[in-house]
Design a protein around this ligand. Structure first.
Ligand code: SAM
Ligand code: SF4
Ligand code: SF4
Length: 349
């Protein structure tokens, strides 16, 4: 038995595990590919993720069997919500088969997926049939020119909107729509986006541009603070705050006073929410991260492929979580200075 197996040993007792800051392990985000058909400059800028970029070879990706097995172990450790992400998850071949495998796990209460929506029109039905419960679609603008600048590909925003319609027809309504707001790029589209999604039942969530990874050239002056975004919407359609759906929800929720529906705000730069962060992440090659801004991950694929049993994998995950003290967004520049951070396209947002 290898050192990594010997060092963990034992089985988990089924009790909720908490980290060093008393935060329980509740959410799991599984990235199924590091590839993407978009090149959003805030995530996978073309200059970095160009022709020469070495994406993971197939043999290094976790197989569906490995992913389902890990997901099952995580569920025994208290995970309630599983989100499939990427890169672009709809690029992973036969994705509905994976969804079906995860949907069958007893105790996995919420199964959802985040996509850029480009391939959604043709896949929405299969995803829903496979057991997907909810969907988040990223869309940074409806204006075609702005959309192209934000995604840096020759794909129309209209295609993403068609994908949203297909998802609604498939029964995935309401949908969450993620809009990353970047100063000077799409901040003039805040009102148009809000106007478009009012009265649709979909929940538009504005996301502050974050300093994830090391390749997007992030600068504080490019961040449009949540307060400013809310003011823009509120000027046109008065809002009132509403309660969080559950403890640890990252979005602050508001509703239009005129009954136009709900919006959300994810203000991880100006109003960090590390205190309630219950999220864990696995990359497509099976690396376990306990923070979006982590400089180091933990190799679960090695454990799986060395023949570790579920108890050993569970004990390893527990020990990592128990030692977790991440709170990058609260300390920001003071955290991990000089160490390379994991890229968003790898760890999955
Ligand atoms: N490709 C899929 C998509 O775009 O929905 C899933 C993966 S993507 C990494 C997940 C989410 O992260 C998307 O909503 C995206 O807008 C968001 N994201 C990526 N880079 C970001 C950044 N620098 N700041 C804030 N959000 C970011
Ligand atoms: Fe691709 Fe999503 Fe990153 Fe855009 S945000 S480059 S769609 S992974
Ligand atoms: Fe969680 Fe890390 Fe984000 Fe804080 S910075 S909310 S610990 S993922």
């Amino acid at each position: 038995m290898s050192t990594i197996l010997q060092s963990v040993g034992g089985t988990h007792d089924g009790v909720t595990i908490t980290d060093a800051l008393h935060r329980p392990l509740r959410d799991l985000r599984i990235s199924v590919t590091d590839r993407c058909n978009f090149r959003c400059p805030y995530c996978m800028p073309k200059e970095v993720f160009g022709r020469d970029w070495a994406f993971l070879p197939r043999a290094e990706l976790l197989s569906f069997e490995e992913i389902v097995r890990l997901a099952r172990v995580f569920v025994t450790l208290g995970i309630e919500k599983i989100r499939i992400t990427g890169g672009e998850p709809l690029l992973r071949r036969d994705l509905p088969k994976l969804i079906a495998g995860i949907a069958r796990i007893e105790g996995a209460r919420d199964l959802t997926l985040t996509t850029n929506g480009a391939l959604l029109s043709r896949m929405a039905d299969d995803l829903k049939q496979a057991g997907l419960q909810r969907l988040t679609v990223s869309l940074d603008a409806i204006d075609e020119a702005v959309f192209r600048a934000m995604s840096d590909v020759n794909i129309a925003a209209a295609r993403v909107l068609d994908g949203i319609d297909a998802a609604v027809a498939a029964g995935l309504h309401p949908i969450k729509v993620n809009m990353v707001v970047k100063r000077g790029m799409n901040d003039h589209c805040i009102g148009a986006m809000a106007g478009h999604f009012r009265h649709t039942g979909h929940i538009l969530r504005f996301i502050e541009y974050m300093d994830v990874g090391d390749s997007n050239g992030w600068r504080m002056q490019d961040v449009v603070p949540a307060r400013e975004i809310i003011d823009v919407v509120e000027n046109e359609w008065p809002l009132e705050p509403i309660e969080r759906n559950y403890p640890g929800e990252v979005a602050t929720r508001y509703r239009y006073r005129d009954g136009g529906g709900e919006i959300g705000m994810i203000a991880s730069v100006t109003q960090p929410f590390c205190r309630g962060c219950t999220r864990s992440r696995i990359t497509a090659d099976g690396t376990f991260y306990t923070c979006l801004f982590a400089t180091r991950g933990h190799d679960l694929r090695q454990l799986l492929r060395q023949g570790a049993n579920d108890g050993e994998i569970s004990a390893f995950i527990s020990s990592v979580w128990r030692g977790r003290s991440d709170r990058y967004s609260e300390i920001r520049r003071g955290a991990g200075i000089g160490l390379p951070k994991v890229e968003m396209s790898r760890v999955g947002g």
